[in-house]
Design a protein around this ligand. Structure first.
Ligand SMILES: O=C(NC/C=C/[C@H]1O[C@@H](n2ccc(=O)cc2)[C@H](O)[C@@H]1O)c1cc([N+](=O)[O-])cc(O)c1O
Ligand SMILES: [Mg+2]
Length: 215
């Protein structure tokens, strides 16, 4: 049967990117998705905003919700100092298998912990299983209707503490209205919208950065 889109993305990486060179992996995926086949990576334009937030926060522990093919995982991990890591949650085993190979190709496997399963199942175990005290940065890019419940779950589990930064993709397209309403109206968050475009298109989309102010 036909290959899957993630398999075709991995092929593009293996054809065009240099092993151990994360930037070449990012460039290969962006070129493929812009010129051959669209895919739901955060992309180069929003990716630059992601980069600037990661650099500004310089996080020690990052949580990414929604690995897909590992594009944003590589973007984040390439900017992390030694000792810092990103835990990334992926529900679909086929996507996870591709992402592991993309992350390995980039040479960043030592900075990445890819966990297979549902966010709602794994978040309550993060402290016990990974020894995480709290996340410095959370990148939300999974099922849009899970952004709000998972944020509340992270709060309840004490994984969001004063200064934790939430960065959410797709707050306009496809949109996460209930999440946006929550972080923008809550007195416990300081929220800012970075206007941009849906990956590889001219449609509007953007990232919402929300800093937790503590209780
Ligand atoms: O739908 C979108 N994203 C959903 C992503 C979902 C990913 O999160 C994983 N996951 C991981 C853990 C879970 O608990 C649940 C799912 C899923 O297995 C999938 O890999 C989307 C759509 C568009 N779009 O233009 O249509 C653009 C985007 O940038 C998007 O991110
Ligand atoms: Mg997205």
């Amino acid at each position: 049967t036909r290959t899957s889109r993630p398999q075709r993305i991995l092929k593009a990486v293996q054809r065009k990117a240099t092993v151990g060179d994360p930037q070449s992996v990012i460039t290969a995926i962006d070129h493929f998705c812009r010129h051959r086949e669209w895919a739901m990576n955060v992309g180069d334009e929003k990716g630059s905003i992601l980069d600037s937030v990661v650099s500004e926060v310089s996080p020690v522990t990052v949580l990414e919700l929604g690995t897909y093919c590992g594009y944003s995982t590589v973007r984040i991990a390439r900017l992390l100092p030694p000792g810092a890591c990103v835990i990334t949650l992926e529900f679909n085993p086929d996507y996870a298998a591709i992402a592991r190979q993309v992350i390995k190709w980039s040479g960043l496997e030592d900075k990445v912990q890819l966990v297979e399963g549902a966010s709602g199942d794994w978040i309550p175990w993060m402290k016990e299983h990974f020894g995480v005290q709290a996340f410095d940065l959370v990148f939300l890019d999974h099922w849009k209707e899970r952004y709000l419940p998972d944020t509340k779950l992270l709060e309840e589990c004490g994984l969001i503490q004063k200064g934790t930064v939430l960065l959410a993709d797709n707050v306009i397209c496809p949109g996460t209205p209930d999440y946006l309403e929550y972080v923008r109206n809550s007195p416990r968050y300081n929220s800012h919208y970075y206007r941009s475009h849906l990956e590889y298109t001219k449609a509007e989309d953007g990232l919402e950065k929300s800093v937790f102010l503590g209780y």
